[in-house]
Design a protein around this ligand. Structure first.
Ligand code: GLC
Length: 473
């Protein structure tokens, strides 16, 4: 194993690349491009992605360079949809873009061009942007103590708009949030529509952040929402946490329950309320699930339990204390026991296992980028190192985080910081992977910043249990 000093040298290089990835708008740094290598095509990797900037922003905060983070937060706020429209071609009021780009016109004036999913491949709606914005806003305030920024009326109004975007129920009755296909980091068709775990974990973290940041007074523009109060948010957090714990957590005891469940029950007393058919339990799970570990499944809905392990959703749930401490230990125990399948040679895998055969055909639409064990479909993403490190620190497993960072730094710098790796154990540079992918550098940099000063965990984590509230579902 390479000595840690070599890692430091590589991380210094990553920091230099990260600084070169900075995008300026009217002479102010406002974000970083997704990748400095365009891969020879005309895609959107030269844009500032909201979700990609979060680890970069945390890295800048750890170096005391808070200006770029504040400018990014302001820019995304300026791009927030301000008015309600009944026109289906305009994103919902409060929405923020997936990404934005700076255009300079012939007179040398800068303009922002944002993508709300209306230009994205597959026209996917970035539901996660508003949540990442709130999470980064909280980290910024905690790192800098700049409470004046969050108290500004426009920032308070932005928070209130996000709340009125995502709190109302539409056709469904669950505390979980309903989103279309590809609404988060997995922004391609992968059978992740409905109630994906990552969205629930982000929603939960963001609501908890809002409880800290919002002053509780709906601005004039939100007058129509008299029910918008901190109490309402607190209750939604409690119901969401209760619901996720009751319905997404899977360990051997729960697997036994599902295995022997009855189907087609009607009425309030139904045990198998989502009518999940025991025959739908995939064969791989029986051997893979350890006796003393567990995880949150990927999605739950009518007649549906997506048993795949989604790493980002599980780690975000742990960071927000969406699961309690004992359950978090069980999650870490599972990852520890299944390290080869979940992390392998490049921590960590985004989703386990890959969709293959008919599942791949039907759920991805035969997507050539998401072939089995590639990209979103079982590929390995170095960006996940920051969340892994945070989860290790939250559960007192610092050595596990150091080990993962060492493994990653054995190949990442030599391979020029690829976006993702392919293969069951992440040994191949991703087939269509960009080099010098910004969040592949930011992930390890934040991991190191957290290891250096573990108290930085408080910028992003919630250590206390949410106020649980039983909900009938
Ligand atoms: C891919 C990823 C997405 C990321 C974007 C820019 O589309 O799936 O999560 O934001 O690339 O890096």
């Amino acid at each position: 194993m390479a000595p840690r000093n070599d890692g430091r040298h590589d991380l210094d290089e990553a920091r230099r690349w990260l600084e070169q990835a900075i995008v300026r708008f009217q002479d102010r740094p406002v974000g970083t491009v997704a990748a400095s290598d365009d891969g020879g095509d005309e895609l959107n990797y030269d844009q500032v992605f909201v979700r990609d900037f979060v680890p970069a922003g945390l890295a800048f905060l750890s170096w005391g360079e808070a200006g770029i983070v504040r400018n990014f937060l302001e820019t995304a706020l300026d791009l927030q949809i301000a008015d309600a429209h009944l026109d289906c071609h305009v994103p919902g009021r409060g929405a923020m873009p997936a990404s934005f780009k700076v255009h300079t016109d012939d007179q040398g004036r800068d303009h922002l061009d944002a993508d709300y999913g209306d230009k994205a491949i597959g026209r996917v709606a970035p539901a996660d942007s508003v949540f990442w914005w709130l999470i980064l806003l909280r980290a910024y305030v905690r790192a800098t103590a700049d409470t004046g920024f969050v108290e500004r009326p426009d920032v308070q109004r932005g928070i209130a708009r996000i709340l009125t975007l995502c709190l109302p129920t539409q056709f469904d009755l669950y505390p979980a949030l309903l989103v279309p296909e590809g609404a988060f980091m997995i922004d391609r068709r992968m059978g992740v529509y409905g109630y994906p775990l990552e969205i629930q974990a982000l929603f939960h973290l963001a609501l908890r952040a809002a409880l800290e940041l919002w002053d509780g007074t709906p601005p004039d523009s939100e007058r129509g929402h008299a029910e918008l109060t901190p109490e309402l948010i607190r209750r939604r957090v409690g119901k969401l946490a209760y619901y996720v714990r009751a319905n997404y957590w899977l360990d051997l005891t729960r697997l036994n329950d599902i295995y022997r469940a009855r189907d087609d029950e009607y009425g309030a007393g139904a045990a198998n309320q989502f009518n999940v058919n025991p025959d739908a339990i995939p064969a791989w799970l029986y051997d893979w699930l350890p006796s003393d570990g567990g995880y949150l499944v990927g999605n739950v809905g009518p007649g549906r339990m997506d048993f795949r392990f989604f790493t980002q959703g599980n780690l975000l749930a742990l960071l927000g204390s969406l699961i309690d401490d004992a359950t978090a230990d069980q999650l870490m125990a599972l990852i520890g026991q299944q390290w080869t399948s979940l992390a392998g040679d490049m921590p960590m895998k985004l989703v386990y296992p890959a969709l293959t055969g008919d599942d791949w055909e039907l759920l991805t639409g035969r997507d050539p980028k998401n072939t089995p064990w590639s990209y979103h479909n079982g590929g390995h993403w170095p960006v996940l190192l920051w969340l892994w490190t945070a989860a290790c620190l939250q559960t007192d497993r610092q050595a596990w985080a150091e080990r993962a960072l060492d493994i990653a730094l054995r190949s990442l710098p030599d391979h020029d910081w690829p976006e993702y790796y392919d293969g069951k154990y992440g040994r191949l540079i991703g087939k269509q992977s960009r080099r010098r992918q910004t969040w592949s550098m930011a992930g390890p940099l934040v991991a190191q910043a957290l290891l250096d000063r573990p108290e930085r965990l408080d910028w992003i984590a919630f250590r206390d249990d949410p106020p649980l509230e039983a909900c009938p579902l």
